[in-house]
Design a protein around this ligand. Structure first.
Ligand SMILES: Nc1ncnc2c1ncn2[C@@H]1O[C@H](COP(=O)(O)OP(=O)(O)OP(=O)(O)O)[C@@H](O)[C@H]1O
Ligand SMILES: [Mg+2]
Length: 308
């Protein structure tokens, strides 16, 4: 059974006249990779900072398991954060950086754990390169190792893929999936839906401060999958014909008149021809294909402006 690890209710953040996040409401299940998608300035970092305890909300509540943050702030310690630039010491190596932070965290005998963390994120504990000479990808990996230092239950990553080259993106995705396999719940933001499409289990779309959709990976893929949308008089009368004569098996009945067909071997004209031969009227038939990015753009275009 899935349990809710984080819930936000009516979470709002105002900066003077600017409402950066407005009435955000959603739940994150334990073990999920929760993708937060929004354009520049949509409110991603602000929302993640509130969940991570870096800034106070103006109103609303955050629950960790069943505890409200207003009653118990200690749960913020259960979160590991990589939000905006990690505060790195340019003169030190990755190992030394983690050692210093481990002391600050009060960890006892952290050396083995540090070696383990560096290996986990794909860095070498014996590497003498100073952090100031690190590539963007290496800095991000170190940032994640720092976020993991306190053995968190939830890892919050704000645009960890931003600025990485294709190879770096592949490595980051792999790392996120590996961390998730260890039971870690991960919240990750991006301004590109496609970028997270290979890893997130749930997506929340934020636009101008409002969460405009929360959708599971399966439902999102179903919405964007190539299909034929067929409208007829009575779906139940045409389905046996389609099944028997065109071998159609992968379809979804929307209502009494509409069915979506996902079998890729079928062309529109075959359906029209077959149904005409069987005296079944076709009201409309369209091939539908939408990329994830198109879907995101359509959704944000139709979403209202933020009035708060
Ligand atoms: N400290 C602040 N003071 C005033 N306004 C702020 C502050 N922080 C954020 N904002 C405003 O709140 C809005 C949301 O900003 P936020 O940084 O959360 O967006 P974002 O989705 O993370 O954008 P990006 O993709 O560029 O990182 C923006 O209009 C921003 O200017
Ligand atoms: Mg941001």
């Amino acid at each position: 059974m899935t349990s809710t690890i984080i819930e936000v209710r009516q979470l709002t953040k105002k900066f003077k006249a600017k409402t950066a996040v407005y009435n955000a409401d959603f739940k994150i299940a334990r073990g999920e990779i929760f993708g937060l998608i929004g354009q520049n300035g949509a409110g991603k970092s602000t929302l993640l900072k509130m969940i991570g305890g870096l800034i106070h909300s103006t109103s609303g509540e955050i629950y960790f398991f069943d505890r409200s943050e207003s009653k118990d702030q200690s749960f913020f310690e259960r979160m590991g954060l990589l939000i905006e630039n990690p505060g790195l010491y340019p003169q030190y190596t990755a190992y030394k950086t983690l050692q210093l932070l481990a002391i600050a965290y009060g960890l006892k005998s952290p050396n083995q754990y540090i070696i383990h963390l560096l290996r986990l994120v794909g860095l070498d504990a014996s590497d003498k390169t100073k952090v100031k000479n690190y590539s963007m990808g290496m800095k991000q990996k170190l940032g994640i190792a720092i976020a993991l230092l306190g053995s968190p239950d939830v890892l919050i990553l704000d645009e960890p893929i931003n600025g990485l080259d294709p190879q770096g993106i592949v490595e980051m995705r792999k790392l996120i999936l590996e961390l998730n396999k260890t039971g870690l719940t991960i919240i990750i933001s991006s301004h590109i839906l496609e970028e997270l499409s290979k890893i997130a289990t749930t997506y929340a779309i934020i636009h101008k401060g409002k969460i405009i959709e929360v959708i599971s990976k399966d439902d999102l893929l179903l919405k964007c999958e190539e299909r034929i949308e067929l409208e007829v008089d009575h779906v139940e009368e045409v389905l046996p014909v389609l099944e028997q004569q065109l071998n159609i098996s992968n379809y979804r009945v929307i209502d009494q008149q509409n069915v979506h067909i996902y079998d890729s071997h079928i062309e529109n004209h075959q359906i029209v021809h077959l149904l005409a031969r069987n005296q079944k009227l076709v009201h409309s038939i369209v091939k539908y294909k939408m990329s994830l990015e198109q879907y995101f753009l359509e959704l944000t275009k139709s979403a209202g402006e933020l009035h708060a």
